[in-house]
Design a binder for this molecule. Sequence first.
Ligand SMILES: *Cc1c(COP(=O)(O)O)cnc(C)c1O
Length: 408
Amino acid sequence: MARINENFQKLAAGYLFPEIGRRVSAYAEAHPDADIIRLGIGDVTLPLAPAVVAAMREAVDEMGTDKGFRGYGPENGYDFLVDAIREHDYRARGIELEASEIFVSDGSKQDSGNIQEIFGAGCTLSVTDPSYPVYVDTNVMAGRTGEVDDQGYYGGIRYLAATEENGFMPGPPDEALDLAYLCSPNNPTGAVATRENLEAWVAWAKDCDAVLLFDAAYDAFIQDPDLPRSIFEIEGARDCAIEMRSFSKRAGFTGVRCAYMVIPKNVSGTTESGERVSLNALWGRRHATKFNSVPYVIQRAAAATFSQEGQAQTREQVRHYMDNARLIREGLAAAGFTVFGGEHAPYIWMRTKDGQSSWDCFDDLLENAQVVGTPGSGFGPAGEGYFRISAFNSRENVEEAIRRITRT
Ligand SMILES: *Cc1c(COP(=O)(O)O)cnc(C)c1O
């Protein structure tokens, strides 16, 4: 008899997006003529940049020749991509990384979900609440939590509420933990961490010997050059932090798949007897066992985002989404909503009116404006009473959505 991993049965009913899909389909079936505008799921809409497409084509042609054909790639990524990452994402901001500190992967969803595997079953952890659901769910699956309560909190996880008072960027907890998930710019709240906030986190991590798991999937959306784009801009972070970045949002790679994780050589965990073990070495072992590298064609495409044209073209894409974000912010504010985020992230976090629940707000907007957003409560209990609107769409759709919301 094959016993299942019963931790999976602790997962709160369904994933957020299937439930949204169900409600939208039901509405569309009842109203076949409705023109529904989707500002829900955080997926990009613009086509790939020409420089990226050209690099992919060229790589495909190479693969079709005797000389250019390649089989399995190096597990941690081709040098041409790793070096481009070191140069453009780090050296340009004063951070020196060794090539062996970078692990190229097929997505930050995987990385942020898989990283917990190298930590002990008894590790304690915090998440900011609300947060990207992967952090919590993968720890539930791994058995690091208890059951979920009727408010949506899993036993054993320390939830740090992101509130209007703390600018949706909670500081470290007042207790020692082993792991802390952070995400800036934040999905879903659209908030961005200041240097001071990250300094407090690094100081806390060093103090209690914790590891910070920093998700920077939206780094390219930061508009203010003084705001930190990497946790490694903070002194001391190289001893206690792991960083994840993705080409998904910055270059439209959600369907192409390329990301990377940075684990500095100095970051370590301990064995039961107190011996220190390099997390870089441990993850390297895991990566080499369970992953067989990102396709050559895709790594060429990712590297092309760092060429001069690639940078200009992807910057233009980010600008398009950020202009949408500004229009949404202004439009919703004019419609009487209190809005947050959207200044350094492609998400607007809006407070529902008159204490309406997140799901009631969802149904309301779907019924009355045929606009789909994401209920804040789907990202964690502290998201209740808020609603996420994504800026990933065409200008026309964004403008039409605002017109309709303003009318309701
Ligand atoms: C979109 C997103 C990712 C990126 O996922 P990929 O698997 O690289 O497409 C990671 N973290 C957060 C918070 C995200 O919103």
